[in-house]
Design a protein around this ligand. Structure first.
Ligand code: ADP
Ligand code: MG
Ligand code: MG
Length: 890
C-alpha cells in the first residue's frame, strides 16, 4: 500500500513539509494527549502528484477509505448514517501558514438522509438544515466551480419571499426549501445532481483543496510572502465537533500572550453556542476568556493548562482554535502565533527571562525588518483620514505638512517653521535642498529606486513615490487627483511611507520611542518594555557581530546621528552636494575655464569651502574612519537645463540683454550632453578629464584631517575613487592623492594616516580585482551601480516600467536593487573580494550600496567575509542587528 495518508496519531510537528503546518501540529497535539477530534492527513506528496499530473496517485482513494473506516470505528458513527452521521471537515494546511488563502469545507457527509440524523443528534433542525445549505453552497462554488451569485440570489429570494432581511430569520422549513433550490441550481449548472454519496463529497472536497493551492489569491500571497510555489498543501480530514449545541457549547480563538503588544498573559475571544467560523466572521460580539472562566470553569482551566503546555512545548507564543461541545473541550488548531514587531521583541526577551530560550535564540526570533518597523513614526490608526491616492511605499514613516511644488519654496517655508511635503512629478539632484527641508516627499512618477526614493531612504525622510493617479502641475503649484480634487500649495497633506497612502489634511502622528531611545532623547526606562527589549537584543547582536557597521553620511549632522545609532565610521561620504547651491556658479566657471591657469583659479576658490565641510565631518566622527568619495555624478547634473537655458539665451538675444556667459554655458551644456550619462563622463573619468579636480578634493580632505589632528583630534580619512574599471585609472589618481597627503603632513607637521581605495561598481573592476588591489588599500562595493551595470538595468527607469511585470511572471522574485542578487552580482562581489585579498592579504572590503541596510543582503555579506557594511544612518541599528543574527544563525 502507498503512504499518502497519515493518521493524526502517527505524525509530529517536525513533519511540516509532508503534513503541512496544520496537520503536523494537530498530530503533535494528539501525540501530547491533548484532546483533538480524530482524523488523518493527506500528504503534500499527494497534492504535488495531483498538481503535476492532473490525477491522484494510484491507490490514494483506497487508502483514504481505510482511514475513514478507522475513523468511523473510533467515533462509533458512520459517514452518511441517517441516525447518527459522522461529519468531517476537509481542511487545507500548507507548510507555511497562508491564512484564508485556500479552501476548507465543513460538514462533509451531509445529505438528504443524514441531515435528519444530525438534526436529531444536535436537537436543532434549523442548524442541521443551515449546515446542509452551507455545504451545498460551498461545494457548488469551490468543488464544482459554479457561479456563487446563483446561490446568493436564491438566498435573497428566500428572504424576500418571507419578508425578512437577515439569514437568522429563516427557520428550518425555509432552509429546507432553500436546500431544494440550491440542489436544483447544482443540477442545472453542473449537469449532475448534488452528490449524496459522502465518499464522493469527500473526494471532491479533497481535490478542491489541492487545487486551491493554485488559486489566484494563493499565488499572489505566496509571491508577496516569498513562499516557494511548488510546496503544495496537505489536506486534513477531521471529525466535526459542534460548538453550537446550546449554552454549554461554544468556540474560540486564543493566544498564549498578547499578539499586539507581547504582554504576558493569555488573550482570546469566545462565542457561546457557536461554530468556529462565527468567531472570526464577527457575527456577534465575542466574549473574553475571563467570561469563559465564569461560564465554564472546568473547560477554562483545562484550556489554560493546555495553552501553558503548548507554549512550553513550542517554546514560543502560540495561537489556538478551540471548540467546546457540551462541556467538552476540543483543540482544533495551534501554531506559533503571528505577532507585531513590538510583540516579537518583547516576547523574545520575556522568554529569555523565563528561562525558556537563550539570548542567542531570542536574537534569531526578531528581524531587522521588524526593528525597522519599530523605528518609523506612524499615523494614529484611530485618526480621521481622507485618502487621495496610493503610491509606492518608498521610504517609511508618517509625514504631515503643507504641499509645496518646488524646492526653493520648501526651504523657505520650512525655515519659517512650516513643515512641508515636497510634491514633484519626480525629483532630481537639484531638489536635494528641498528634500532636506521637507518632512516628506511625494512624487507621481518613479519606482522604489527612483532618485526621490533612494535619497529619501538615505536621509530617513518619508517618501511616497509613483502615485500615478496624481497629475502634478508644478508651474501652477497644484495637483489633481483621479476624481478631480485639486490640491494647491499650502494645503495640508499626510503621507504614509509604509503603506504608500496619501491623505488630505492632517492625520495625527506618533513618534517612535525606539528612535528616541537610539538618539538618546529617552532612556530605556522611559521607553517601556519594547524599548527595553530592543536594548537587550541590540547588545546581544553587538556581542556576536563580526562585521563592522558604518553609515553613509554626507554632512556633520548625519554623521553625528549615525554615531548615536552605533555607526563605527562613515563608509560613504558623497561630495557632490558640496558643489550645489551657491557653489554651482563655481562649477560652471570650472567647466568654462579656458586653460590651466583659469581652471586652477576656480579650484583654489573651491578648496577652502570643501575643507571646511570635511573639518566638521571629521570632528563628528573623531577617532573613527571616514571614507570620502571623490566627485562621482555626471557633470551635466551641475549645469542648467538645456531647454531652459536655450530659452533664456534666445530671449536675451531678442531683447539685446547681455548674455555672453549664458551663451558660453549653452555651448558647454551642448558639448557635455550625453546619451547615457550614467555610462559617460563621471567618477574617476572626471578626475582624469579635469586635471586638478580630484587633487583639489583630496587636498581639502587631507588638510581638513590635518587641521583636526592639529587641534588634538583624530581624523582617519579614507579617500575613495569611484567608477574605477582599470588599475591604471586608480594609479593615476592615487599619485595625486598621496602627493596631497605629503603636502598636508608637511604643512601642518602632524601625524596623518590616510588610506586610498576604490569602489568596485563595474563588472570589469570585480573581474580585475587582483590587479586593482595592488593600488588600493581598500575596496568598497557600490552595489547599486554594480547591479545596474551587471544587469544592464537603468535603475531610475526599470522599476517603474517593467519590474512589476517581471515579478508577476516570476522572472524576478524581488528587485535586485533591494536585495542582492546572489548568483550574478553576488558572484562578482565574491570574485572581487577573493581575488583582491589573494593579491593583497588583509585588504579591507566593505559595501556602501543600498544593500548595506537590507537584512537579507547583510547575511550574504557576512557569509562572504566582508569587513563592513555601510548604510544610511537610520538603517545602522538594523544592520547591526542583522550582522549579529547572521553570525548566531550561522
Ligand atoms: P483556516 O486555515 O482558514 O483557519 P480551518 O481549516 O482552520 O481554516 O477551518 C476554519 C474553521 O472551521 C476552524 O477555525 C474551525 O472553527 C472550523 N472547523 C474546522 N474543522 C472543524 C472540525 N473538525 N470541527 C469543528 N469545527 C471545525
Ligand atoms: Mg484555522
Ligand atoms: Mg556608484
Amino acid at each position: 500500500m502507498t503512504d499518502f495518508v497519515r493518521d493524526f496519531e502517527t505524525g509530529s510537528m517536525e513533519e511540516k513539509d509532508l503534513l503541512g503546518g496544520k496537520g503536523a501540529n494537530l498530530a503533535e497535539m494528539t501525540r501530547l494527549g491533548i484532546p483533538v477530534p480524530p482524523g488523518f492527513t493527506l500528504t503534500t506528496d499527494a497534492c504535488r502528484h495531483y498538481l503535476a499530473t492532473g490525477s491522484v496517485p494510484d491507490g490514494l482513494w483506497d487508502e483514504v477509505a481505510t482511514h475513514v473506516a478507522a475513523l468511523e470505528a473510533r467515533t462509533g458513527r458512520r459517514l452518511g448514517d441517517p441516525v447518527d452521521p459522522l461529519l468531517v471537515s476537509v481542511r487545507s494546511g500548507a507548510k507555511f501558514s497562508m491564512p484564508g488563502m485556500m479552501e476548507t469545507v465543513l460538514d462533509i457527509g451531509l445529505g438528504d438522509r443524514s441531515v435528519d440524523g444530525l438534526a436529531a443528534q444536535i436537537g436543532d433542525p434549523r442548524f442541521a438544515w443551515d449546515s446542509y445549505r452551507r455545504l451545498v453552497q460551498m461545494y457548488g462554488k469551490t468543488v464544482l466551480g459554479l457561479d456563487g451569485e446563483r446561490f446568493e440570489d436564491a438566498l435573497d429570494a428566500a428572504k424576500a419571499a418571507k419578508g425578512v432581511t437577515a439569514d437568522v430569520d429563516l427557520d428550518a422549513d425555509d432552509l429546507r426549501a432553500l436546500v431544494a433550490t440550491y440542489t436544483a441550481v447544482v443540477a442545472e449548472d453542473s449537469g449532475a445532481p448534488f452528490p449524496q454519496d459522502p465518499g464522493e463529497q469527500l473526494r471532491g472536497a479533497v481535490l478542491a483543496v489541492f487545487r486551491s493551492w493554485n488559486s489566484d489569491r494563493a499565488v499572489l500571497y505566496r509571491r508577496r510572502e516569498r513562499i516557494p510555489a511548488d510546496l503544495g498543501t496537505a489536506v486534513n480530514v477531521q471529525a466535526m465537533v459542534f460548538g453550537n449545541r446550546g449554552a454549554t457549547s461554544g468556540s474560540g480563538v486564543a493566544f498564549t500572550r498578547d499578539p499586539a503588544t507581547g504582554a504576558p498573559g493569555v488573550y482570546g475571544d469566545y462565542l457561546q453556542d457557536a461554530q468556529g467560523e462565527d468567531v472570526v466572521a464577527g457575527i456577534r460580539n465575542t466574549l473574553t476568556l475571563a467570561d469563559l472562566e465564569r461560564l465554564d470553569r472546568p473547560s477554562y482551566d483545562e484550556l489554560l493548562a493546555i495553552m501553558a503546555r503548548l507554549e512550553g512545548h513550542y517554546r514560543d507564543m502560540c495561537d489556538i482554535e478551540f471548540t467546546i461541545e457540551q462541556g467538552r473541550l476540543w483543540m482544533l488548531q495551534t501554531r506559533v502565533g503571528k505577532r507585531t514587531a513590538a510583540a516579537a521583541f518583547r516576547i523574545a526577551v520575556d522568554l529569555v527571562d523565563e528561562g525558556v530560550i537563550s539570548e542567542e535564540e531570542a536574537l534569531l526570533r526578531v528581524t531587522g525588518g521588524q526593528l525597522a518597523q519599530l523605528m518609523f513614526p506612524h499615523f494614529d490608526p484611530t485618526g480621521a483620514r481622507s485618502l487621495l491616492a496610493t503610491g509606492m511605499s518608498a521610504s517609511p514613516g508618517a509625514a504631515v505638512g503643507a504641499a509645496v511644488f518646488d524646492s526653493d519654496t520648501a526651504v523657505r517655508m520650512a525655515a519659517e517653521g512650516t513643515p512641508v511635503i515636497l510634491v514633484r512629478r519626480e525629483t532630481t539632484p537639484d531638489d536635494l535642498h528641498g528634500m532636506v527641508a521637507a518632512a516628506g516627499i511625494l512624487t507621481s512618477r518613479g519606482g522604489k529606486t527612483s532618485h526621490a526614493a533612494v535619497v529619501a531612504r538615505g536621509m530617513g525622510r518619508t517618501c511616497v513615490c509613483g502615485a500615478e493617479t496624481l497629475e502634478v502641475d508644478t508651474r501652477a503649484g497644484l495637483f489633481t487627483t483621479h476624481d478631480g480634487t485639486v490640491v494647491r500649495q499650502g494645503e495640508v497633506l499626510s503621507i504614509d511611507g509604509s503603506t504608500g497612502e496619501v491623505f488630505l489634511g492632517e492625520v495625527s502622528v506618533r513618534p517612535s520611542p525606539v528612535v528616541r531611545y537610539f538618539e538618546g532623547s529617552a532612556s530605556v526606562d522611559e521607553g517601556g518594555p519594547v524599548v527595553a527589549a530592543v536594548d537587550r537584543l541590540m547588545s546581544v547582536a553587538d556581542k556576536h557581530r563580526r562585521m563592522q557597521v558604518r553609515a553613509n553620511a554626507d554632512t556633520a549632522e548625519d554623521a553625528a546621528r549615525a554615531r548615536r545609532f552605533g555607526a563605527e565610521g562613515i563608509g560613504l561620504c558623497r561630495t557632490e552636494h558640496m558643489f550645489l547651491g551657491t557653489r554651482r556658479e563655481l562649477v560652471e566657471r570650472l567647466i568654462l575655464a579656458e586653460g590651466p591657469a583659469d581652471r586652477q583659479a576656480v579650484l583654489d576658490e573651491l578648496l577652502p569651502l570643501q575643507r571646511s565641510d570635511f573639518v566638521e565631518i571629521f570632528e563628528a566622527m573623531d577617532g573613527l574612519p571616514v571614507t570620502v568619495r571623490l566627485l562621482d555624478p555626471p557633470l551635466h547634473e551641475f549645469l542648467p537645463d538645456f531647454t531652459e537655458l536655450s530659452v533664456k539665451v534666445a530671449v536675451a538675444e531678442a531683447t539685446g540683454a547681455p548674455h555672453d556667459t549664458d551663451s558660453l554655458l549653452l555651448l558647454a551644456v551642448h558639448r557635455l550632453h550625453e546619451e547615457n550619462p550614467m555610462l559617460g563622463l563621471r567618477g574617476v573619468r572626471l578626475g582624469i578629464a579635469i586635471p586638478g579636480l580630484f587633487e583639489m578634493q583630496s587636498q581639502a580632505v587631507l588638510e581638513a584631517a590635518a587641521l583636526v589632528n592639529e587641534r588634538g583630534g583624530h581624523a582617519r580619512p579614507e579617500i575613495m575613487v569611484p567608477l574605477v574599471g582599470a588599475v591604471e585609472e586608480l594609479r593615476a589618481i592615487r599619485t595625486e592623492i598621496d602627493d596631497a597627503a605629503d603636502r598636508a603632513r608637511r604643512k601642518h607637521s602632524v601625524p596623518l594616516e590616510h588610506l586610498v581605495g576604490t569602489m568596485i561598481e563595474l563588472p570589469r573592476a570585480a573581474l580585475t580585482a587582483g590587479a586593482i588591489a595592488e593600488a588600493a588599500d581598500f575596496f568598497s562595493f557600490g552595489t547599486n551601480d554594480l547591479t545596474q551595470t551587471t544587469w544592464g538595468f537603468s535603475r531610475d527607469d526599470v522599476e517603474s516600467s517593467f519590474f512589476s511585470r517581471y515579478m508577476e511572471a516570476g522572472i524576478l522574485g524581488v528587485s535586485p536593487f533591494e536585495t542582492i542578487d546572489p548568483q550574478g552580482v553576488g558572484r562578482l562581489v565574491r570574485i572581487g573580494t577573493d581575488e583582491g585579498r589573494a593579491a593583497k592579504p588583509g585588504l579591507k572590503v566593505g559595501v556602501c550600496g543600498e544593500h548595506g541596510g537590507d537584512p537579507e543582503s547583510v547575511r550574504y555579506f557576512e557569509e562572504r567575509g566582508l569587513d563592513y557594511v555601510s548604510c544610511s544612518p537610520f538603517r545602522v541599528p538594523v544592520a547591526r542587528l542583522e550582522a549579529g543574527r547572521a553570525v548566531v544563525g550561522g
